[in-house]
Design a binder for this molecule. Structure first.
Ligand code: IVH
Length: 744
């Protein structure tokens, strides 16, 4: 785009002509079709450009210039209503200083000294569509949209269907009274309505304001009635008697007549109060449940309002203090993949810097691979299926504290050579393969033990209390050793912990005890703590690896089932063959899935871990340093179920499933999750289904829970209420935690 100073007269004329045409088209889409094509911010940018060109070339201002229009012409669909008093627009303030100027202007105009009192109200500027309601003899006679400010559309029938709009005014209302206010839709109603639209295969509304406008401007008022519209009253038009002497009093009267007025309206005596209220409202903005786009200030005293009057189409006695735009249009220069501390691959948009919500944004989240393709949660279509490509012109949103996100793409600006984005299949940090999880949309790096993005978190987990339990390696120390450049100090993988002392003894330069934060005593203690953990029970070892979904409970399940690390690793390595996930199902895979409490999601996480060569290397290096103790179950070989394969199914009432399993195993039984020819005994509680059926088909012995206690010669245990965590989730494992998605 040419800088305005560099435009020639001809170029300026041509551009003003183009802007008038383009903006008229956007106006039509916005006001008449209720289906805008560009963001408010993009529209504002066009308007600003138009105004700046006109300022430099005042002679070129066109009769159809967008700068001369208020609202839009009225649609042909509706009858017209000429407002008894025109509906005006509001001048804007964008900063606290603009508000100071506003107050100073008022005082100058009214010739008020600095000390003279001047009360001003402040209230939210509702982001809906304005509506003027005319009451005669207390009855609603007409309702008109704003239209071009002079003439609006007759939507009386539709307005009557809105619950917040009384058909008859309460109390002693003036004979003729016009109430003005805003029709809007709440966020919750908007979301629910779009879900219904989606289910019915109808187009979605872009935002609550468009949804409200589209709902009010229906030719069939039954449709309007079915839509959840609300109304806030904040002003009045023609009135046979004005019921009060101040803004505050009249709004209170309007509330008495039966209208909702905004509870956040307050009166202040100085600018500091106004501005403080503005910022307080701004803070609550996201929690209000409906959209607002600023705060409106109004001189409270109606006599002063009258003296102040109007400039062009705006009252001199009021101003709208706008919030910074929350959306902006910019170019997507690149997509970078960030790896979170739990290995989640998050695509981050690298943007041409743009101001959104008052700050310069150059990074924004793209959430995940599906989001880029135009697919949302549960497979729903996003952005009418528009995908996002590098080079695209995109709409960025930054609302409140929420991290900036790319919300849409302008297809007509797409470069001809922009191809669909290919989500990487490998981790950009460590080159391990990345897998898309079955249970979600997240693509995750499998190189847990070696991936630098995850290493600090993994090592912290590795040394934590229920894993290797190495004292003296807290968060600070792990960070320090991880970042250390010198080989004598570096700890980048679990094995490095156990070689640290060795490497230290060889180094003459980088002695740990000479480094700030360490001393001879703490170093000696640390090395002693490390040496103490060179032997570790299998269940702790498995938990320490930080395999996704393998928390303490599942680690114990694997340890009990396999007994040794080699048996576990052998099954995991075999189960992954053939490599294609969809083809899994060999004997090793089946055996893993048959472990009581272990399902496909957990088994998949295990085989993916062992499939990654980097992990096998890190594991081998670790096993050079530590000894893993086999899990030896204390079994009672003389029990009546010793050596038997038992399956528990249905609801157990006397014991939890894990208790039952531990009990059976202590009695020398093998517990399986599925019934086969090899099963000896099925213990079935209420609600047992397919496993019970299978047992009957195969002729396997079936007993109930009471029968189980008789069989093992014990009284039933007292009922336990402590529930086990669901097997797919391992509390306390960092790998099971949500990823912080902050790309900033
Ligand atoms: S007072 C002469 N108060 O903003 C002043 N307007 O940009 C009349 N609006 O047309 C308007 N909330 O649609 C006023 N609390 C509020 C408002 C509000 C939203 C809208 C209204 C108006 C537009 C002006």
């Amino acid at each position: 785009m040419t800088e305005i100073e560099d435009l020639t007269l001809d170029e300026a004329a041509a551009e003003l002509e183009r802007l008038a045409r383009e903006m008229a088209e956007h106006d039509r889409r916005y006001y008449q079709d209720d289906a805008p094509e560009i963001s408010d911010a993009a529209y504002d940018a066009l308007r600003q450009r138009n105004r700046a060109i006109e300022e430099r070339f005042p002679d070129l201002v066109r009769p159809d210039s967008p700068s001369l229009k208020v609202g839009t012409e009225v649609s042909e669909k509706f009858a017209k209503i000429t407002h008894a008093l025109p509906i005006l627009s509001l001048d804007n303030a964008f900063s606290d200083a603009d508000v100071e100027d506003f107050a100073a202007r008022l005082r100058r105009f009214l010739k008020l000294g600095e000390e003279a009192p001047l009360a001003i109200t402040a209230e939210p500027k509702i982001d809906g569509l304005s509506l003027s309601l005319r009451y005669e003899g207390g009855k609603l006679v007409s309702a008109a949209t704003r239209g071009d400010g002079t003439t609006g559309e007759d939507v009386t029938r539709n307005a009557r269907t809105i619950k917040d709009i009384p058909g008859t005014l309460k109390g002693d209302a003036p004979d003729v009274f016009e109430v003005r206010g805003e029709v809007y839709m709440t966020h919750a109603d908007f979301a629910a309505m779009n879900e219904r639209q989606l289910a019915a295969g109808k187009p979605l509304f872009a935002n609550p304001r468009n949804a409200a406008a589209g709902s009010l401007r229906q030719l069939d008022s039954r449709i309007t009635k079915s839509r959840p519209l609300h109304f806030f009253a904040y002003a009045w038009g023609e009135a046979s008697v004005v019921p009060g002497e101040t803004q505050t009093e009249v709004v209170a009267a309007i509330a008495r007549y039966g209208f909702k007025v905004n509870a956040l309206m307050q009166r202040f005596s100085d600018v500091a109060g106004l501005v403080a209220h503005y910022h307080a409202i701004e803070e609550q903005r996201s929690a209000l449940g409906y959209d607002i786009d600023g705060v409106v200030y109004k001189v409270d005293d109606l006599a002063l309002q009258k003296r102040l009057g109007f400039v062009s189409r705006s009252p001199r006695w009021a101003i709208a203090h706008k919030f910074a735009a929350e959306q902006a249009t910019t170019v997507l220069r690149d997509i970078e993949i960030q790896v979170g501390r739990t290995g989640a691959l998050t695509p981050v948009a690298k943007l041409a810097p743009v101001t959104v919500g008052g700050v310069v944004v150059s990074n924004a989240t793209l959430h995940n691979a599906d989001y880029i393709k135009g697919v949302g949660q549960g497979g729903v279509t996003l952005r009418e299926g528009r995908d996002i490509r590098i080079g695209d012109t995109v709409i960025v949103q930054r609302a409140g504290d929420v991290i900036p996100q790319v919300v849409d793409v302008l297809l007509d600006k797409r470069p001809a050579d922009a191809g669909p984005y290919l989500f990487p299949a490998r981790c950009p940090i460590c080159d391990s393969h990345a897998v898309r999880e079955d249970d979600g949309v997240v693509t995750r790096c499998t190189g847990g033990l070696i991936c630098p993005a995850q290493a600090v978190e993994r090592i912290r987990h590795f040394v934590s209390r229920n894993a290797f339990d190495i004292e003296g390696l807290g968060e600070k120390q792990v960070e320090f050793f991880f970042k250390a450049e010198d080989d004598a100090l570096q700890v980048r993988s679990p094995a490095d912990i156990f070689t640290l002392k060795e490497r230290q003894s060889r180094s003459t330069l980088k002695k740990l005890e000479n480094i700030d934060g360490f001393g001879p005593v703490s170093v000696a203690k640390l090395f002693a703590a490390i040496e103490e953990r060179r032997t570790v029970p299998l269940s702790r070892f498995l938990f320490a690896l930080g395999i996704r979904h393998v928390g303490e409970t599942n680690a114990k399940r694997f340890a009990r089932h396999y007994g040794s690390l080699s048996a576990f690793a052998a099954d995991a390595a075999t189960a992954v063959l053939p490599v294609e996930k969809k083809d899994r199902g060999n004997e090793a895979w089946q055996a893993m899935n048959d472990i009581d409490g272990i399902g496909g999601v957990v088994a998949e996480a295990v085989v993916e871990f062992f499939a990654e060569a980097h992990n096998r290397e890190a594991l081998a290096a670790l096993l050079d340093q530590v000894t893993v103790l086999d899990e030896v179950a204390v079994v009672d070989a003389s029990s009546p179920v010793a050596g038997k394969t038992v399956v528990f199914t249905g609801t157990l009432e006397q014991m939890t499933r894990d208790e039952a399993k531990a009990m059976a195993e202590a009695l020398g039984a093998k517990v399986s999750g599925s019934v086969s020819k090899k099963t000896d005994l099925v213990v079935a509680g209420p609600g047992a289904g397919s496993k019970l059926k299978q047992a009957t088909t195969l002729g396997v012995e079936v007993i109930d829970e009471a029968g189980w206690f008789v069989r093992i010669g014990r009284d039933a245990a007292p009922t336990q209420t402590a529930a086990e965590p669901p097997s797919d989730q391992a509390p306390g494992v960092p790998a099971a935690e949500a990823d912080p998605k902050d790309p900033a």
